[in-house]
Each structure stands twice: as C-alpha cells, then as structure tokens.
Write a protein that binds this ligand. Structure first.
Ligand code: AP5
Length: 215
C-alpha cells in the first residue's frame, strides 16, 4: 500500500501505522520517530529539530523535505509505505506531490483519522513510548499498558513520556495542527484522494483501511 495518515496529535496515526505494517509488509515512515531518534543520537538534524519539537512547533519544511526525499528512495519503500505525520503543511504536500511525480509513485489514498478533541487530550496525557529509538513502540497507561516495571513488551527498554507531552506543548501542538495541518484535508479532497475514518478503535480503523485498499 501507499497511503498517507492524516490526523491531529494523538489521533492514533502511529498506532494504526504499526498495525498496518503487519498487513502487507509496507514500511511505516514516521517523521516524528525519525526526528526523535535524531535528537536522541545528538546528530546535526536532531540538534536543529529539538527546540521546535519540545515546544510543540513544526520543524522547518526544508529539513523535513530533505529527510523525506532520501527516505522515499530507500529500497524498503518499494513494497509500499505508510506516511505517518508527513506531510504536515500545504508547502510539504505540494512538494510531496512533485516528488511523487518525479519518482513515478501513485498513492492509493489519504486516510484522515477523525477523533473528538476530548478523546485526543486524554490519549496524549496517558501515552507512553519506548525509549529505544529503533523500537519506539507506543503504549497507553489506560488502554495498552507496558510490561511490569514500565518496560517495553517488545525490547525490554524503559517506557517513557515524550518531551512534548507537557500540557503547554500539547496545547501548542493542537493549535499548530488546526492552523497548519488541518488545511490539508481540503487540499487532498480537491486532489480526489481523501477518505475519512472515525477513528475510535484502531483495530476497526485498520480493518476499514484494508477494505478501502481492496475496494
Ligand atoms: P509526531 O510524532 O508526528 O507527533 P504527532 O502528530 O503530534 O502525533 P502523535 O505521535 O502525538 O500521535 P499519533 O496520532 O501518532 O497517536 P498515537 O498512535 O501515538 O511529531 C512530533 C513532532 O515532530 C511535531 O510536533 C513536530 O515538531 C515534528 N514533526 C514531525 N513531523 C513533522 C513534519 N512533517 N513537519 C514538521 N515537523 C514535524 O496514539 C496516541 C495515544 O493514544 C497512545 O497512547 C495510544 O496507545 C492511544 N491510542 C491510539 N489509538 C487508540 C484507540 N483507538 N483507543 C485507545 N487508545 C488509543
């Protein structure tokens, strides 16, 4: 599959993307995971991105486009990919459109995960993430807790709260989403690529996305 997952912070993009990779071997490409791994490694990219991320602001489009142009040409993308958290602005969506034409890639559709705001706030304050940058498994203290002692069930590393999960950063991320990312819904509607999914259960959403891919 070749799809884009669109949705507010906490809508469940990462959770749905990870479940979809088990379906047909498509890879999850999360710009958030790539950036968090770079911050942890202390690379040049990480140093540039850290302050934006901690505040809940978007990282500059030019940095993201450099990452994505290279990532989409890696061999594992040939089996398919799920874009999680990219594109995030109209300029990113326009540049992605040109890049896909250049690479001869046709997307199946853009899945917009629609979740009420009160559910989102609850999910973000109760989320925990594996601290191992090559794992980054997602947990939730209410709906999907980690193993005893707060360890990741997959790799055993400590499970932590992300740096951008303070109340202030969450409020800023939701505002940034409304101002900069929500306009992509109209953009992809005009492109004829948009499909909306009311995403209260990640498993049900995954089944609906699979159905849409077949139909
Ligand atoms: P990123 O990592 O992409 O963060 P985000 O979009 O804010 O999304 P989240 O990861 O917070 O949420 P999600 O929708 O994946 O939800 P999840 O599945 O975890 O980006 C982080 C930062 O990086 C940005 O702020 C920005 O600075 C930068 N960045 C990244 N991409 C960029 C770009 N393209 N351009 C510029 N800057 C960029 O679920 C949330 C919680 O809910 C979890 O605990 C989960 O277990 C739980 N949950 C999910 N679904 C359900 C369900 N159905 N029922 C119960 N619980 C559920």
């Amino acid at each position: 599959m070749k799809i884009i997952l669109l949705g507010a912070p906490g809508a469940g993009k990462g959770t749905v993307a990870k479940l979809l990779t088990e379906y047909d071997g498509s890879v999850q490409i999360s710009t958030g995971d790539i950036l968090r791994a770079a911050v942890k490694q202390g690379s040049e990219l990480g140093t540039k991105a850290k302050d934006y991320m901690d505040r809940g602001d978007l990282v500059p489009d030019s940095l993201i486009m450099q990452i994505m142009e290279a990532r989409l040409q890696e061999p594992d993308c040939q089996n398919g990919f799920i874009l999680d958290g990219f594109p995030r602005t109209i300029p990113q969506a326009q540049e992605l459109k040109e890049l896909l034409i250049k690479l001869g890639i046709k997307m199946n559709f853009v899945a917009n995960l629609d979740v009420p705001r009160d559910v989102i706030l609850d999910r973000l304050t109760t989320r925990r993430t594996c601290s191992n940058s090559s794992c980054q498994e997602i947990y939730n203290v209410k709906s999907n807790p980690p193993a005893e002692g707060g360890k990741c069930k997959k790799c055993g590393s400590p499970v932590i709260q992300r740096a951008d999960e303070t109340e202030e950063a969450i409020t800023n991320r939701l505002e940034t989403y409304n101002n900069k990312t929500a306009p992509l819904i109209g953009f992809y509607e005009k492109e004829g690529l948009l499909k909306n999914f009311l995403s209260l259960s990640s498993k049900d959403t995954v089944e609906e996305i699979k159905k849409a891919l077949k139909g």
